[in-house]
Design a protein around this ligand. Sequence first.
Ligand code: FES
Ligand SMILES: [Fe+2]
Length: 399
Amino acid sequence: MNAPQTLSKADQLTEVHRALQRRLVEHISNGRTTDMADAPLRVSSQIYTDPARLDAERKELFLKLPLVAGLSNDIPHVGDTMLFDGAGPSIIIIRDQHGKANAFLNLCTHRGTQLIKECGKHETISCPFHGWTFDPQGQLIGQPGSEAFSGIERDTLGLIHIPCTELHGIIFVKVQPGEQNIDVEVKEFLGDFGHQLSLLDFARYLPGKSGMLQSNGNWKYVAETFGEGYHFAALHPTSLGQTHYNNVAAYQSFGRHHQISFAPKTCKELANKPESEWFPLDSVMYSIFPNTQILFGCPRPGALFIQLFRIYPLGVSGTEVHLTLYASEEIFASAGREFVEGAYDLAAGIVEGDDLAAAGTAQRVLKYAPANYQVTYGRNEIALQHFHRNLANAIRMPI
Ligand code: FES
Ligand SMILES: [Fe+2]
């Protein structure tokens, strides 16, 4: 008797996406329905404007939860280094000679100077002030005039470790120094969503272009723009409003995380075709609580991209979005870097020009909303309801 065949990751991914696609096709066939929450949700607009709430979010979310710093392929080789500073402290992440990604405060143990300013290749990390030098495991290996520091064990002068781990090709950090077992914590934090992420097979994607997008809006308002397709027609009339149905989405939550897919207009013709003739799903958004959105998309057959958005508050009314676009090796080889960079520019232009601008405009008026004003999340804005319930729970404040 043959053992049951295990599906490859690619086949499992196709199945997951096919299930979402079936729901989208069904919604279109039903006259454009969408996945819905049980009821609308009304929430005080002060969640966007109250500095005490932002303090709680910084403390309970950005300083305590495992956060996505990037993908493993951002630092594939020994000595490759990235900076992670959106969540507060400036952090160095560097790959050591054993292939492990280590994270340290970007802070010299001599007198506290910032050690590096840019990502790149560093065989060692050298302080620009007095030249102390550290290896990729954080050990102090060079100390000019070391006799001046006699009596202090050199071992105690290594860089300050930050919990860091890699899972499914994603680098996670917790930005406060500590001894937590982050490997176990990240697995628990992701739960079943970890399997969904593993199917994306991030090892297949290489970084194409990175940048920083700005908004005058609240970070949550910015995050919400990734969670509903109800705004496509009005806010994106010449881009997503053309290519996608407005307000038709298939949604699934996994603990605090979720995935959501919006119906491309090409879905309409699938209803009358056998599934064997269906094209792969156009795009699926993977949302890792609280501030990471990963858009997996094939905007044209074979052109697979990963867009990694990490959203950080600069203040109540200010948000920074770090975006990196990754493409498969095949795309780099067949279409070239210019094509990949063009895809980044297109995505960044839409997000910054439309969504981030809308969040800024909203913030301008929400600041002056009457004290009893409530924003309303419709039944169709199911991912937003999920997001706000989980946020309130995490910061232990009423929704
Ligand atoms: S502050 Fe870094 S070597 Fe002095
Ligand atoms: Fe949008």
